[in-house]
Write a protein that binds this ligand. Sequence first.
Ligand code: PMP
Length: 326
Amino acid sequence: MTTHREPLDSVLDTVGETPLVRVHGSPDEVPVYAKLESFNPGASVKDRIGKYMLERMLERGDIGEGGTVIEPTAGNTGIGIAVAARQLGLQAVFVVPERFSKEKQQLMAALGAEVINTPTDEGMGGAIERARELADELDDAVVPQQFSNPLNAEAHYATTAPEIFEALDGEVGAVVAGCGTAGTLMGMARYAREQEPGTYVCAVEPEGSLYRSFAGDDPEEAEYKTEGIGTHDPTTNELFDPELVDEIRAVADRDAHDELKRLASEEGHLVASSAGAASVAARDVAERAASGDVELPHDSVVTVFPDSSERYLSKGIYRSFEEWEG
Ligand code: PMP
């Protein structure tokens, strides 16, 4: 376990062991706690899967030293994989839909990776397809494919979840997290349900996203500004297991934006839109538990703040809702 109290050999040793901090806009009877993932070296939750997936893939021989990792990514996964790839002797190439934040793309390049853009209107599906084509063209190349690779959820089962349970002495009533690939939520939910089968699990998506179709709903599809979570094509979200989820909560961009601003001005958290959405949903679960509408095995709700607002300043994240480009 990383202690941060002694010299470490590599930046990879600083992945994980992030702080768990009380969200004060939650009831005292059922407090919300957020895992602050911007404390990772690449400043997001995705450093965990970058390190975990590449280490396991090297161990298994899926890729050899000097090989190339190619990943379709909205950005944070690219940064997480790029940090790990260089330290583990691998090359990295990322396929990123154009609309995603320029800061992230610059950071991937700075970490020694190659960045290839695909058209925004082809979405994540277009990026996934292009990554596969590139992998076919190169020798010793793999696509970890965070959307379908069980190692993604396993990284959170092995690290994020045990850290949370240790911090709260096992007293976790609900797990609430935004779903992009759903790796974060699935890893935490699986671990939590093994500890306590009654743990309440809430998946979070932006309004306009289609995760609710997993629950048999027919949500209206629309564009959204919240970055890093949601889906326009649920067939790509292979890790999402509806059996592990009690509720899929859609949060409007405007509410996520109000909340990320409140978290900064009132609670000192410089977090981005997916954290805003997760916080809205987590506080809501806590309020409902406090008023007896939802039953939790313990009086606490845990969520994840995946990254920092500094990554989105060029998109006007702290401007008015209308001026925020998303
Ligand atoms: N928030 C942000 C900012 C992200 O980049 C991601 C990953 N796409 C998530 C939340 C969701 O994480 P996951 O892919 O594990 O569902």
